[in-house]
Structures are given as structure tokens and as C-alpha cells.
Design a binder for this molecule. Structure first.
Ligand code: ZN
Length: 274
């Protein structure tokens, strides 16, 4: 049994050790198995996480049961996280179902409201024995799209951490689904003020050398979603050559496993601060 009902020990170990865990977005048995096979091969702990819209296809309970059962088959630590939790109700539903960790994404809220929600949800998450990630990616006005690419203010990130967030997601240049370069100086300034675990979203497109360096600035979790879903879609478009549905599922699992293995490699070698 390697399922970790509470992700906090894994996150703290990563923070102290100066390394990051990949957090792979999954929505199916094949994706989860592919990522866990890669983790087993790399002998590294792993976080599997689910998007809110994918939870809507089933339920938090279904994902918890599936990941717990799959974790029994591997020897590395496995945690399950809610990615981009849209409101308190969804965060609490996942905690009740047994998620090891949850994210509250308050990017449409004014900062002070996100801060209040952080205090409130940290209490609930910790009472449930789970960790809370809060987004310091963007704090624009409701309905505004202009602030989507705003970078994180180090002082605000520190206040979210002080309010109880176990992890603070930072915007330092990475974009969901796009190749990007991150501002390592800004990340360093955020790390200096927060002095706690940080998270990078859009990990699929971050240059490999930068990912390795981010780990020495307190980044404990790097989200990888787009690269995995790209592999799944390529498997679908290429599936006509396969004779059975089982061969199709096995092919997708292998493609996902290969992508996950690549991100374990990218996160394998933290570099020391110059
Ligand atoms: Zn994200």
C-alpha cells in the first residue's frame, strides 16, 4: 500500500531535499497506470492529479478508489491531488472522498478574498489530514482576462503561505499548454519571501534546464498535463493501425508512460545555486 492519504510529508521531504515531484494530470485508467509505471521505473514518489471537468465525468470517490487500488501495485509513494479546484464545495467534496491534497484556484477573486478562503480551506484540509495548494498566479478582477499572464507578487505569495497554504502556485512565466521560459530571478525572490513549498503550473512547456534549477528555489511540485494529453490524442489519431481496443489502450498507456518518464528525467538532477 503506497497511497499517501496526506501529501504533506512528501511535500516537506521534497522541500527539505531540494527536489520537485511531478504532478501528472490523469483522467483514465490508462493514463494513471502509465504514470505509475514510469514512477515505479524511476523509483520516485509521484502525484497524480485530476482536473475539475474530469471529476465531473465521474466523481471524486471514483478517482480515489481507482488511484488507491493502482497504488497498491507499485512500491513508490503515490498521492492524489485536485488541480484547479474551482470552489470550496469542490475542494471539500474531494477531501471527503479521500484526496491527499487539494488546490483552491481563486484567480477570479480579489486577493483579500483568496486570502480569506485560504485561511478557511487550510483549516478544513488540515483537519482532514491533507494539504492545500493555493494559486498566486493571477488576482485580476472577476471576468477580466487581462491579468491572466500577470506574474506573482512575492509579498502576496508569502501572505498566502502564512495564511495556511502548504503550497503556493506561482506565475513566473510558464503558460498552460505552451513552451515557455520562466523568470528564475523572480522565482528566487518569491522563494526568499515565502520560505515554503512552491508549485509551477504549465510544466510541460518549461525548458528542461530551467525545471532543474527551479527545484533549488523551493519548487516541490511541477504540473504536467498538456504533454500527457497530447500523447493521448496522438494515440487516438494513430489507432486505426491497431487491431483491438485493448491494443489501443495499451498503446496509449505506453505513450503516457514514455512522457512521464521524460519528466522524471527532467526533474532528476537538481543543480546547486551558483
Ligand atoms: Zn494549472
Amino acid at each position: 500500500m503506497t497511497f499517501h492519504p496526506d501529501a504533506r510529508p512528501l511535500l516537506q521531504a521534497a522541500f527539505k531535499g531540494g527536489y520537485a515531484l511531478p504532478a501528472f494530470n490523469v483522467c483514465s485508467l490508462e493514463m494513471a497506470k502509465g504514470c505509475l509505471e514510469a514512477a515505479e521505473e524511476a523509483e520516485r514518489p509521484v502525484i497524480l492529479q485530476t482536473y475539475p471537468a474530469d471529476i465531473d465525468q465521474a466523481s471524486p470517490h471514483v478517482f480515489v478508489q481507482m488511484i488507491r487500488a493502482l497504488a497498491d501495485e507499485v512500491s513508490v509513494p503515490v498521492a492524489l491531488h485536485l488541480d484547479h479546484g474551482r470552489d470550496a464545495a469542490q475542494v471539500i467534496a474531494c477531501l471527503r472522498a479521500g484526496y491527499s491534497s487539494v488546490m483552491f484556484d481563486g484567480q477570479d477573486l480579489p486577493f483579500e478574498d483568496t486570502l480569506d478562503m485560504t485561511t478557511h480551506l487550510a483549516e478544513i484540509a488540515h483537519a482532514s489530514g491533507a494539504s492545500l495548494e493555493v494559486s498566486a498566479e493571477s488576482f485580476g478582477l472577476p471576468g477580466s482576462s487581462e491579468n491572466v499572464l500577470e506574474t506573482t507578487d512575492p509579498g502576496q505569495a508569502a501572505r498566502l503561505h502564512a495564511a495556511g497554504a502548504d503550497m503556493v502556485a506561482c506565475a513566473v512565466g510558464s503558460e498552460h499548454g505552451h513552451d515557455s521560459r520562466i523568470d528564475l530571478d523572480l522565482l528566487g525572490r518569491i522563494a526568499e519571501q515565502v520560505r515554503g513549498p512552491l508549485v509551477l503550473h504549465g510544466g510541460s512547456g518549461i525548458a528542461p534546464g530551467q525545471l532543474a534549477r527551479a527545484q533549488v528555489s523551493g519548487v516541490v511540485k511541477v504540473n504536467v498535463g498538456s504533454a500527457l494529453y497530447r500523447a493521448v490524442r496522438l494515440g487516438w489519431t494513430d489507432s486505426d493501425r491497431l487491431s483491438t481496443h485493448r491494443a489501443g489502450y495499451a498503446d496509449i498507456r505506453a505513450r503516457v508512460r514514455a512522457v512521464a518518464a521524460e519528466y522524471f528525467r527532467r526533474l532528476a538532477s537538481p543543480v546547486s545555486t551558483p
